[in-house]
Write a protein that binds this ligand. Structure first.
Ligand code: NDP
Ligand code: MG
Length: 387
């Protein structure tokens, strides 16, 4: 990575949970980072506040109807303003940018990530859905353009940190830890009538709504299994999941001599965000430190994949390959939102995801256009099934 004095960062999704925490990291390290681009979907007011505070070169509001509000507010600040999703793919290619933090949600991250990689930008990747949908294409693009894919997801950041200095040592397996979410230990009978308000109460992490619901249904861990395959070049049987309710051990790598390395710390996304933004440097921080005696018991259990079927579906999509993870992701984006809005029950999410995965035709070697088609068709089917 270039040795310029400051690293110039674009944050896609700066108004969200990851985006706002990234800005806290940047604010605390203004000698190291310069914000070049900030973007939001529709939260114009927060985007305006952030732009005035961080003075980026440009901002994008994806929702066109909010454009006038953003443009008028930033007119006197010399900040370029753009609207619409296509603008995301243009701004990420600006010469000044060194690194793009992808902190938007779902499939919407795919096109701008492709554009950023084509322009050779390093990616700090929070938007796991992009790798789930098109892992092969994205990792190839990163390789071809000598761009780094630096994981922000805490488990993948943990694995990545454990692998520093181990490039000649093959991985035997990795173990992704999983908090189990708010419904850990519940039976299918218990889950029939749970509400989205209950699902939104995550025991350890404060995150955006989509990933919080995914954590409750174990779909998040399923997406992370697929994400890990592409980031670390693993086969499905090399990726294990264990439930660790305290979320202190963020994940583990086991090498061929049987040795295991784990990365641990308090659950705080600012640490993996900062590690990705500053890589390969560890930046001094004043984040609260983990104390062993505050946690006399770290516990581990097997995930219940019969009750929480989404995790199993993700392994199936991984072994089927091709466009199958793209279908699963699209179905899940629709069912996740339908559950959030009270239109379907908790258990129906996995049922409908499974049906979409089996009904949508598989494309074995999808192109970028194919991913867009499969995503669109699956969303149509999932919406029909919900009606
Ligand atoms: P949030 O919902 O909190 O924030 C999402 C951000 O993306 C907001 O800025 C939002 O704008 C913007 N956005 C949403 N949809 C679109 C769209 N269609 N087009 C353009 N911009 C959009 O999400 P999180 O920060 O929780 O998650 C972001 C990503 O990071 C996800 O992929 C998630 O899986 C991943 N991740 C998150 C973790 C966390 O702790 N939150 C942990 C690990 C991974 P607006 O505010 O205007 O709606
Ligand atoms: Mg995670």
């Amino acid at each position: 990575m270039s040795q310029k004095e400051k690293r110039h960062i674009a944050i896609l999704g700066s108004t969200g949970s990851i985006g706002t925490q990234a800005l806290e990291v940047i604010e605390a390290n203004s000698d190291l980072f310069q914000v070049e681009v900030l973007t939001a979907n529709s939260n114009a007011q927060l985007l305006i506040q952030q732009a005035i505070a961080f003075q980026p070169n440009a901002v994008v509001i994806a929702d066109d109807s909010k454009y006038a509000e953003v443009k008028d507010a930033l007119f006197d600040h010399g900040i370029k303003t753009y609207a619409g999703s296509d603008a995301l793919s243009q701004v990420v290619q600006m010469d000044e940018i060194d690194m793009v933090l992808t902190a938007l949600v779902g499939f919407s991250g795919l096109q701008p990530t492709v554009a950023a990689l084509q322009a050779g930008k390093h990616i700090a990747l929070a938007n796991k859905e992009t790798l789930v949908v098109a892992g092969e294409l994205i990792t190839q693009l990163a390789y071809d353009n000598r761009a780094l894919l630096l994981p922000v997801d805490s488990e993948h950041s943990a694995i990545f940190q454990c692998l520093v200095g181990e490039q000649h040592n093959p991985i035997e397996k990795i173990i992704l830890t999983c908090s189990g979410g708010p419904f850990r230990g519940k039976t299918t009978t218990d889950l029939v009538n749970v509400t989205s308000a209950q699902a939104l109460k995550h025991p350890n992490w404060d995150m955006g709504a989509k990933i919080t619901i995914d954590s409750a249904s174990l779909m998040n861990k399923g997406l992370e299994v697929i994400e890990a395959k592409w980031l670390f070049g693993l086969k499905a049987d090399q990726i294990e999941v264990i439930v660790h309710p305290q979320s202190i051990i963020h994940s583990i790598v086991q090498f061929e001599d049987g040795s295991m390395k784990a990365q641990m710390g308090l659950p705080d996304m600012k640490l993996p965000i900062q590690y990705a933004l500053g890589f390969p440097k560890r930046i001094k921080s004043n984040f609260p430190r983990f104390k062993f005696f505050d946690y006399p018991m770290l516990t581990f259990e097997a995930p219940d994949t019969e009750t929480f079927r989404n995790l199993e579906l993700a392994y199936q999509a991984l072994s089927t390959g091709g466009s199958s993870p793209c279908s699963l992701n699209a179905a899940n984006e629709i069912t996740n939102r339908a559950f959030l809005e009270g239109k379907i029950g908790f258990l129906q999410m996995a049922e409908l995801n499974e049906q979409c995965m089996s009904d949508i035709a598989l494309i074995e070697q999808p192109s970028l256009e194919d991913y867009f088609d499969v995503d669109r068709e699956t969303r149509i089917l999932a919406n029909e099934l919900i009606k």
